[in-house]
Design a protein around this ligand. Structure first.
Ligand code: PLP
Length: 462
């Protein structure tokens, strides 16, 4: 029999020994240890020491509805009691996923009428790649196997999605991107030399996409992927009209256009889907996070009629060989249906009002000596710290800004995302009250003031 070393009772110690955390330095995490959250309600989370914090990042930009909705918990419990699982294989199913697919199709832009459920965003992106390859095979153009995405973009952490992702951390040591994955520059308005002239930003990106397609070979390109607002790249908001111009360029170039709405979906930017703001209909759309508001894992691919028809005709009587055991999980679907009804009975509206308040509040931080840029839309925002405003110099990497900023915010009772390059990311739950939004802004100001007093930061300030 195997003997194991005695286990410490300390959760921190158990975590250190056994739990691998996502996107973490193994050694850094061992040194820092875990912070355990024990409960949550509305926009407030409580840690194991009883500290209450405003969750300014809705978990991982996902708890859009906020914590502790009894009706969501009841919906899950009801479904679990009645039928905890039903496969979608063998033409089987359950009521909740069918109703959810219909509800999403009814609300999605244009003819995105077909829904394939996944367990999250990464496998939704992965599924689009497989469906798109299948689509081009069915159209008799299997050589269309090249994919293009945008620098600073994030499209998940499966091997294929991580290759579409354009953040070096997700590539280094993993052997991605693959040779069939290409990138064009980001619109990144803060550092774009044409930022004063949005039309020029748009035409430069369109020209770059066209040039990339020509370089690869127009007959070889399968699809182009965008986030309506780039999230993990640092909340980079394109100029108005950018998404529409890129969508039209794709139509012109006869390549599929995929909108990755894993972050921007479900009220994050105002409407249910950000594509509504941009006035476009993508060929495929990915969603996750706010779909269940993080209460359970679920994502989805929304597929347009024309893509669906090509795949259906191409396969004929043969099965399309793509599926997961937990596709269209009935308990996740029951939760998503209840969450959707919460969005539509006031949360979207509150999110729009609070989003305007958040943007206006954060804009007041622009005059702070450390703040180079404030940007965002709705309940999605970023504050970028720099050591030199004129030069837009990021905080030096060796200062480990993300950990310092995160810790300082935590001490002020605020959870925010602190990106490595010294960018605060905000995605509060849509249920936030006005005093909570104001507290997010005020606590951020306090963190900035404390950071300004940090001797190592003072040294690099110009
Ligand atoms: N796509 C985008 C735009 C995302 O922001 C994310 C996650 O943050 C993903 C895909 C991957 O989603 P998940 O982490 O649920 O796999």
């Amino acid at each position: 029999m195997l003997t194991k070393p005695p286990l410490s009772n300390s959760l921190v110690e158990l975590d250190r020994r056994h739990l691998i955390h996502p996107v973490s330095s193994f050694r850094g995490h061992e040194a820092r240890g875990v912070r355990i959250l024990t409960s949550a309600s509305g926009a407030t989370v409580t840690d194991s020491e009883g500290r209450q914090l405003i969750d300014g990042f809705a978990g991982l930009w996902c708890v859009n509805a906020g914590y502790g909705h009894e009706s969501v918990i009841e919906a899950a419990a009801r479904q679990m009691r009645a039928l905890p699982y039903a496969t979608g294989y063998f033409d089987l199913g359950a009521e909740a996923p069918v109703r959810l697919a219909a509800a999403l199709a009814e609300r999605a832009p244009g003819d995105l009428n077909h829904v394939y459920f996944t367990l999250g965003g990464s496998d939704a992106v992965d599924s689009t790649i497989r469906f798109i390859r299948y689509y081009w095979h069915a159209r008799g153009q299997p050589q269309r196997d090249q994919f293009i995405s945008v620098a600073s973009g994030y499209h998940g952490s499966t091997s294929m999605g991580a290759g579409l992702t354009a953040l070096p951390l997700f590539h280094d040591g993993f052997g991605v991107p693959y040779s069939w994955q290409h990138k064009i520059a980001s619109h990144d308005l803060y550092r774009n030399p044409h930022a004063d002239d949005p039309q020029s930003v748009i035409s430069t990106s369109v020209a770059e996409l066209r040039a990339k397609v020509a370089e690869i070979g127009a007959e070889r390109v399968a699809a182009f992927y965008v986030e309506p607002i780039q999230g993990s790249g640092g909340v980079l908001v394109p100029p108005p009209g950018w998404i529409k111009a890129m969508r039209e360029a794709c139509r012109d170039l006869s390549i599929l256009f995929v909108a990755d709405e894993v972050i921007t979906g479900f009220g994050r930017t105002g409407p249910l889907f950000a594509c509504e703001d941009d006035g476009i209909v993508p060929d495929l759309m990915t969603v996750a996070k706010g779909l269940t508001s993080g209460y359970l894992p679920m994502g989805a691919v929304l597929m347009s009629d024309h893509v669906y028809e090509v795949i259906a005709e191409g396969a004929g009587a043969k099965a399309v060989g793509h599926g997961f055991t937990y596709s269209a999980h009935p308990v996740c679907a029951a939760v998503a249906l209840e969450v959707l009804s919460l969005y539509e009975s006031g949360l979207l509206e509150n999110g729009r009002a609070m989003g305007a308040r958040l943007q206006a509040g954060l804009a007041t931080l622009c005059d702070h000596p450390l703040v180079g840029d404030v940007r965002g839309r709705g309940m999605l925002a970023a504050v970028e710290l720099v050591t030199d405003k004129a030069e837009k110099t990021p905080l030096p990497a060796e200062l480990n800004a993300a950990t310092r900023l995160f810790d300082r915010a935590w001490d002020q009772g605020l959870v925010v995302r602190a990106f490595a390059q010294g960018v605060f990311g905000y995605a509060p739950p849509l249920c936030c009250t006005a005093p909570e939004i104001d507290a997010i802004v005020e606590r951020t100001r306090k963190v900035l003031d404390l950071t300004l007093e940090d001797p190592e930061i003072r040294e690099v300030l110009r």
